[in-house]
Design a protein. Structure first.
Length: 112
């Protein structure tokens, strides 16, 4: 499985569409382990661009803090699952918590 996390300054970006970079993880869900990770610079912000870009990278899951309704709809159309309301942690902490079923999420902090 491939997971994407929007980051700013090495931590989860609170606003998905304006993140500086994404950490892309390849994980083994059976072994609950991270196989590899890479940091990629986000393309310039443009409505609707990130879901298509991440789909082309074969991402299957996005872990986000806040994300707009339109982006959520576009991810659904691209068959990419989205976890919303994740805490302000490092990408590795978020993925490790997700893999063992202990990722505690709150509310979506984005309202558009």
């Amino acid at each position: 499985m491939r997971i994407a996390i929007p980051i700013t300054n090495g931590r989860l970006s609170s606003h998905f569409g304006h993140c500086e970079q994404f950490t892309i993880f390849d994980v083994d869900t059976d072994a609950k382990s991270i196989k590899s990770q890479q940091i990629m610079t986000s393309p310039p912000h443009q409505p609707g661009l990130l879901p298509d870009w991440l789909s082309q990278l074969e991402v299957e899951l996005v872990i986000a803090g806040g994300i707009g309704i339109r982006a959520q709809q576009l991810f659904k159309q691209s068959k990419i699952d989205v976890v919303i309301g994740a805490p302000d942690n490092t990408p590795q902490e978020l993925v490790e918590q997700y893999l063992i079923g202990q990722l505690q999420c709150g509310q979506n902090i984005c309202d558009h």
